[in-house]
Design a protein. Structure first.
Length: 62
């Protein structure tokens, strides 16, 4: 994904996961792709109480 696609996806995730949210924060498990660590992505996550958890490369299948 590119930076815009990553942010668009995060906003989509945010809209759909709010309905089943039980606490203040939500965790989003990701691979460490470059689009997930951009300033806009991180700012949106912080502003919307989303905690991104980046897994090491090749470890998401474990």
């Amino acid at each position: 994904t590119d930076n815009d696609t990553g942010l668009d996806w995060l906003q989509h995730f945010d809209q759909h996961i709010r309905a089943c949210q039980k606490g203040q924060y939500r965790m989003l498990v990701l691979n460490c792709h470059g689009s997930h660590i951009k300033v806009e992505f991180n700012e949106y996550s912080k502003e919307n109480d989303i905690v991104p958890f980046c897994m090491l490369a090749h470890s998401s299948h474990l």
